[in-house]
Each structure stands twice: as C-alpha cells, then as structure tokens.
Write a protein of this length. Structure first.
Length: 318
C-alpha cells in the first residue's frame, strides 16, 4: 500500500494555492490562482474546483488554511478579514463533498505549525509567531503544541492593544490601536504616505513626486538604500512591533519569536528596532531568553502547515 497523501490548500486574500503532499513534501500536482473575491459562492466553488483538479487517485485528508477566525467545535469559518467567508460551515461542507477528514485552520496558525516543525522554530517547545502582511496574524506553540484556546480562536496576536486611543483596526475588528493597526505592512504604507506628503524633500517625498506608488515595498526598498525618511518609518513600525513582542514575551516566555509574512521582507530594518525595545522593556529573564528571528519558509508556510494539520488529523484518527 502506498503512503497516504493529503491535499493542502492555502486560501488567501490574494491567491489560492493548493498542492498534494505525501509525508516527505509536495508531490504531483499543484495549483496557484488569484482568489475569486466576487462573493462567498464564488470562492467556495473555486476552492472545490481546485481540489477536484488535484484529485489524482486517492487522497486521505484535506487541510485548508483560511484568513478567518475558526470555531473548531464546528469547523465553521466565523469571520474573515479579506475574503468573503462569514459563518460558513467549511469543514462539514468539504467533508461531505470529498468524503475524507478535513481540517480547517486559521492561516497564521497553519504557518505557525509549519515554522515550528520545519522552519525557524525547529526544536523549540514555546514559540510565538507573528505574520506581518496587510494585517498581523499570530500563532502560539505552548508546551510543544499549537494553542487553540477554548473554541479554536486563540492566537489573534495582531489584536493586542498598544495604544488605547490609536487608529481603528481593520476589517471586522472593533478595536483601536492594535498591533495590526500600528505594525503591519498597511500601517507602514499609511505612515509612509503621510511622511511623503509632509516632507517633499525626503526620500519618500521625492519618490512620490516622481510618480511612484508609496507602499510598504517602496519604503523597504528606500530604507535599505540608506538613512532617510523611509528608514525612519520602518524604525517607527519596528518600535511598535517591539512593544507588542515585549508584551508577548512577558506573557508567554517563549524560546523564540518568529516573524514572517510578506512585510517581513523588511527583516532587520524592522526586527532590529523591535529587539531593542524588547531588551529595554520586557522582564528578565524572559527577555534574555527570547530569540527574535525571521521566518524561514516564506510564502509556503501556510500551505505546508495546512498539509501538516491534515496529516495530524490522520494520525489522530488511527
Ligand atoms: Zn484589531
């Protein structure tokens, strides 16, 4: 009998990636396409269609990462920030459609599992992960296991409050001054736009005058070239990231804090200032133990994590 295979899907706000995995890694077919955001029926139809295209012979389980809060009692995607999924019984629907065990996991939790087993958190038993993108996702490995909380909604680390009267949070979050509103790629973009308008002679201001789109990617590019307004913007974002990490270090005493996501391409421009804040503000001895490091698996982490949780479901079912 051949080794079991699973299908993993990373359903993001920009793209849908899917692949067949065996115990060693991705095998056989894979698919990447832009996510159909035109509505709930459309995105669900796309998800099922992509899975069908990967059905080569048997697959034993299905793992799906979604940018949603999940109620693990029911497998329901309760709320989502940047895809049209609200109150969808995703696990039951897919299990009925494909007749295999299905795990639906928050995408940041899936990335956390992948970085813990195969990436920057390898060998740790206590790990905090932050994914910096348009928003800030989070995940916790406590005592060697993904911590899901009472119903599966734990680890929303982007929604800890840094500033009581700070800017409103994104999407369905009713909070203000959250880590996500102050240390995400979108936060960097908003700040960069403001600085570009206020300081026309600075690097950001000159780029705006030259017609370049002011976004987080441009801020990283200019900051990497040398000191200037763009570097100051990233230091400001890194400062807020560090304040958030200091809180998490005080609460969880992790061995490692792994920072991933698209905006994490800023790397040391953001992590350097963040480490300084943690060294100044977090409590000893936790602050001295926590390594703050970039993620290793890049944009594949969510997909790999979805495969890992699907294999876990098979192992638990044996
Ligand atoms: Zn929030």
């Amino acid at each position: 009998m051949s080794a079991p295979r699973v299908i993993a899907v990373d359903l993001g706000g920009t793209k849908l990636a899917a692949a067949v995995f065996d115990g060693e890694g991705a095998v056989g077919r894979s698919a990447v396409e832009p996510t159909d955001l035109s509505g709930e029926d459309a995105v669900l139809a796309q998800l099922e269609r992509v899975i069908v295209t990967l059905e080569e012979g048997e697959f034993a389980a299905l793992g799906v990462g979604v940018p949603s809060t999940i109620d693990q009692r029911t497998g329901r995607a309760v709320a989502s920030v940047n895809i049209p999924l609200e109150g969808v019984d995703l696990r039951d629907r897919l299990a009925e459609r494909f007749g295999v065990p299905v795990v639906v996991e928050n995408d940041a939790n899936a990335a956390t599992v992948a970085e813990h087993r195969l990436g920057a958190g390898r060998g740790s038993r206590h790990m905090v992960m932050l994914t910096l993108g348009t928003g800030v996702g989070g995940g916790l490995i406590l005592d060697g296991r993904l911590y899901r909380g009472s119903v599966g909604a734990a680890g929303e680390l982007g929604h800890i409050t840094l500033d009581l009267d700070g800017p409103p949070c994104q999407g369905s979050c009713p909070g203000r001054g959250h880590l996500e509103a102050l240390a995400s790629g979108l936060a960097a973009e908003i700040l960069a736009e403001r600085v570009a308008a206020e300081r026309p002679d600075g690097d950001l201001g000159r780029a705006a005058a030259a017609g370049r789109a002011i976004d987080a990617r441009l801020a990283v590019e200019l900051a990497a070239a040398g000191p200037g307004d763009a570097r100051d913007v990233l230091e400001h974002v890194g400062f807020h990231l560090g304040v958030g990490i200091a809180d998490l270090v005080n609460v969880f005493n992790p061995e490692v804090v792994v920072v991933g996501g698209g905006f994490a391409d800023a790397r040391e421009l953001v992590l350097g200032p963040a480490r300084n804040v943690v060294a100044e503000r977090a409590l000893a001895p936790a602050r001295d133990e926590a390594r703050i490091v970039p993620a290793e698996l890049g944009s594949e982490a969510g997909l790999v994590g979805a495969a890992l949780v699907a294999f876990d479901a098979l192992a638990e079912g044996d």
